[in-house]
Design a binder for this molecule. Structure first.
Ligand code: GTP
Length: 597
C-alpha cells in the first residue's frame, strides 16, 4: 500500500467512555467483518476482559475504507488498554501510530484516565481528533464537554465530532476525519528493514506472535530477521494482518502494521520496543529503546489445598510465558506452606492474574496482603530491595527505609471533594494541586504507593459513590518511618500476616488485625494471646479466652455410633487447619484476615 493511503491510529479514552464500542462500529461500518460474525466487543478477546468490560492486551485491526475522495485507504487501529496499571502498554503502542481519536463520554466529561492517556498521545506527537461520544443520551452536553477538553487538556476541540457509537451516528464523519485529519506515516521502502516490536503473545496454534510496525524497508515471508537487542536470528514463517481475524499475506511495507511468527519459543524472548531488522544488510541504528515494564506490587499466592502446589506452578509458568510484566519466584511460608511470591504492574493486574488462575486452572488461592518494593539502606552502605515484608532484615543493621511515592490525579464532583481530601490526608498524602473544571475538582496528590495498594481504590469509590476517577504515576523513592509489623498468635509469629506500615499508622492497623483474628480463630482449651508487634514492642493485643470443647457432651453416653461419627467429623475439620505451635488456625482465617475491608 502507498504510504499516503495508510492511516495508523489508536483510540484513547477513560474506561467505559465507549472505546471498544466505537472500534466495533468502525469495523462494522467498513464491512471489515460480516455483521453475522460480529461478536459484541470484537476486540476484547479474553474472557475476563469481556466480563469486566476492560481491555487488557493491546489489539490491532486493519480496516479497508473507501473514502469520500474516491480512494481506498488502509486504516490500522491499535487498541490500547484504558487502565492505569497498563500505562506502559499504552505508551508503547502509541509510538507505533501517528494519531489518536480522543473519545470522551459527552454525558460525563473528561476523567482521570482521559488525561493520562491523552498525555501519552501528546508525548508521541500525535495528531488528535476529539470525539464526543454517547450523544444519544439525554444527559449529553457537547458544548460543555468540548469546552472542558479545551480547558483541561489544552487542545482545540472546535472540530470535535459528535458521535453515538451505539446508534452509528457520526461514524462516517469519524472515518473521514481519520483520513483527512490524521497524517500518513513516513518511511522509505528502499532503506534497510527497520521494524518496531509493538507487542507479542503466545497463541496455542501458532506459537509466539509478534506485532510489528514497519518503519523502513520491507519484511517478507522467509526473511531472516535479527532482534537488535540480543542479536538472535529467526527465519520468518508467516506474515499477516488482523481483520480482525488473522489473514496471511506475503509482505509488510513501510507504515504498515501486522504480525509475524518465526518459531520463537517464548514471549520472554521478545522485547517490546526492540528493533527488528534483516540478518544481512540490516539497519545499524536501533529505534530508541523502551524500558521493560517493572512490577510494582508484590504478593504471595498459595494454594488453599497444599496438594495443588504443582498445578499452581504449572499455571503460573503458563501465564508468565504470555505476560513478561508478571514475575514470580517460589516462596515458603510457615503459615501457608509452599507458594509463589509474584510481582504485578498494579492491583488490577494482580486481580486479573489471580482470577485467571482460579478460573482457568481451577485452583483456590490464598493471596497475601499486597506490598510494594522498599529500598532498605543498610548501615554497611548497601541498598537492598525488599519485596516481601517477611524478609525484612534486623533493624540494628538498617540505616533507613525508602518507599515508592506516586503522583495521583483524582477528578471528582464538588460535593465529594471534602471526603477525597480527607482520604488522601489520612493516607499520608501531600497536596500538590487543586483546580476546578466545571463542577468537577481536579486534585493532585503526592501519596505513598503503600497506602494506595492497601485499599485506596475501594475507599475512594465508596466515599464518592463511584463518581471519582483516579490515575497515578510513580514519582520516586522517599525515606520515611516505616516498620515491619508482625502478628503473633500464642507468642508465635505468623509470617504470612507480616506487613510494612508507617510508624504512625501501626497501632491502628495492628488493632484492626488482632480484632479481626480474634473473631476468626476458634477457641482452644487454653487462653491464646493475639498480638501485633513492631520489633519487640507489642502495639495491639487481644486475648482469646479458653474453652472446653467437648463435642460428645450432648450425646448422653449410650449411643457409640453417633459419638464416633462426631469424632470423625471433628478430625475432618482438622485437615483444613494450619498448625501454629499449639494453636490451630483455620485456613479461612488467613483468607479473611488478609481481606482488605
Ligand atoms: P474499556 O474497554 O473498559 O476501556 O471501556 P470502553 O471505553 O471500551 O467502553 P465500552 O465500549 O465497553 O462502552 C462502555 C459502555 O458504554 C457500554 O455499556 C456501551 O454499550 C456503552 N456505550 C458505548 N457507546 C455508547 C453510545 O454512543 N451511547 C450509549 N448510550 N452508550 C454507549
Amino acid at each position: 500500500t502507498d504510504l499516503d493511503k495508510i492511516r495508523n491510529f489508536s483510540i484513547v479514552a477513560h474506561i467505559d467512555h465507549g472505546k471498544s464500542t466505537l472500534a466495533d462500529r468502525l469495523i462494522q461500518e467498513t464491512g471489515t467483518v460480516a455483521l453475522r460474525d460480529m461478536q459484541a466487543q470484537m476486540l476484547d478477546s479474553m474472557d475476563i476482559e469481556r466480563e469486566r468490560g476492560i481491555t487488557i492486551k493491546a489489539n490491532t485491526v486493519r480496516i479497508n475504507y473507501k473514502a469520500d475522495d474516491g480512494f481506498d485507504y488502509v486504516l490500522n487501529l491499535i487498541d490500547t488498554p484504558g487502565h492505569v496499571d497498563f500505562a506502559y502498554e499504552v505508551s508503547r503502542s502509541m509510538r507505533a501510530v501517528e494519531g489518536s481519536l480522543l473519545v470522551v463520554d459527552a454525558s460525563q466529561g473528561v476523567e482521570a484516565q482521559t488525561l493520562a492517556n491523552v498525555y501519552h498521545a501528546l508525548d508521541a506527537d500525535h495528531e488528535i481528533v476529539p470525539i464526543l461520544n454517547k450523544i444519544d443520551l439525554p444527559a449529553a452536553d457537547c458544548d460543555r464537554v468540548a469546552e472542558q477538553i479545551e480547558d483541561v487538556i489544552g487542545i482545540d476541540a472546535s472540530g470535535a465530532i459528535q458521535v453515538s457509537a451505539k446508534t452509528g451516528q457520526g461514524i462516517h464523519e469519524t472515518l473521514e476525519a481519520i483520513v483527512t485529519r490524521l497524517p500518513a506515516p513516513k518511511g522509505d521502502r528502499s532503506a534497510p528493514l527497520k521494524a518496531m516490536l509493538v507487542d507479542s503473545w503466545y497463541d496455542a496454534y501458532l506459537g509466539v506472535i509478534v506485532l510489528v510496525r514497519i518503519i523502513d524497508g520491507v519484511l517478507k515471508k522467509g526473511d531472516k530477521i535479527r532482534m537488535m537487542q540480543n542479536g538472535s536470528v529467526h527465519p520468518v514463517d508467516r506474515i499477516g494482518v488482523f481483520k480482525p481475524g488473522m489473514i496471511m499475506i506475503d509482505e509488510l511495507g513501510p507504515g504498515e502494521i501486522g504480525f509475524l511468527t518465526a518459531s520463537i519459543k517464548q514471549v520472554r524472548d521478545t522485547r517490546v520496543g526492540d528493533t527488528i531488522t534483516h540478518e544481512k544488510g540490516g539497519c545499524t541504528q536501533a529505534l530508541p529503546g523502551f524500558k521493560p515494564a517493572q512490577p510494582v506490587v508484590f504478593c504471595g499466592l498459595f494454594p488453599v489445598d497444599a496438594a495443588e502446589f504443582e498445578d499452581l506452578r504449572d499455571s503460573i509458568e503458563k501465564l508468565a510465558l504470555n505476560d513478561a510484566s508478571f514475575s514470580y519466584e517460589m516462596e515458603t511460608s510457615a503459615a501457608l506452606g509452599f507458594g509463589f511470591r509474584c510481582g504485578f504492574l498494579g492491583l488490577l493486574h494482580l486481580e486479573v492474574i489471580r482470577d485467571r488462575i482460579e478460573r482457568e486452572y481451577d485452583i483456590d488461592l490464598i493471596t497475601t496482603a499486597p506490598s510494594v518494593i522498599y529500598h532498605i539502606l543498610m548501615k554497611d552502605g548497601t541498598d537492598q530491595e525488599l519485596h516481601n515484608p517477611a524478609d525484612m532484615p534486623d533493624l540494628t543493621y538498617v540505616e533507613h527505609i525508602k518507599e515508592p511515592r506516586i503522583k495521583a490525579t483524582i477528578l471528582v464532583p464538588d460535593e465529594y471533594l471534602g471526603d477525597v481530601l480527607k482520604l488522601c490526608q489520612d493516607r499520608r498524602g501531600v497536596q500538590l494541586d487543586l483546580t476546578y473544571a466545571g463542577s468537577r475538582a481536579m486534585v493532585v496528590y503526592d501519596l505513598p504507593l503503600n497506602e494506595v495498594v492497601f485499599d485506596f481504590y475501594d475507599r475512594l469509590k465508596s466515599v464518592t459513590k463511584g463518581y471519582a476517577s483516579f490515575d497515578y504515576q510513580m514519582i520516586g523513592y522517599q525515606e520515611d518511618f516505616l516498620v515491619k509489623m508482625t502478628v503473633l498468635v500464642n507468642e508465635e509469629p505468623v509470617d504470612a500476616l507480616s506487613t510494612m506500615v508507617h510508624r504512625d499508622r501501626a497501632e491502628q492497623r495492628g488493632r484492626a488485625m488482632v480484632e479481626k483474628l480474634k473473631d476468626l480463630i476458634p477457641r482452644h482449651m487454653f487462653k491464646i494471646p493475639i498480638q501485633a508487634a513492631i520489633g519487640g514492642r507489642v502495639v495491639a493485643r487481644e486475648t482469646l479466652s479458653a474453652m472446653r470443647k467437648d463435642v460428645t457432651a450432648k450425646c448422653y453416653g449410650g449411643d457409640m455410633t453417633r459419638k464416633k461419627k462426631l469424632l470423625e467429623k471433628q478430625k475432618k475439620g482438622k485437615k483444613k487447619m494450619r498448625q501454629f505451635g499449639k494453636v490451630e488456625i483455620p485456613q479461612q482465617a488467613f483468607i479473611n484476615a488478609l481481606k482488605m475491608d
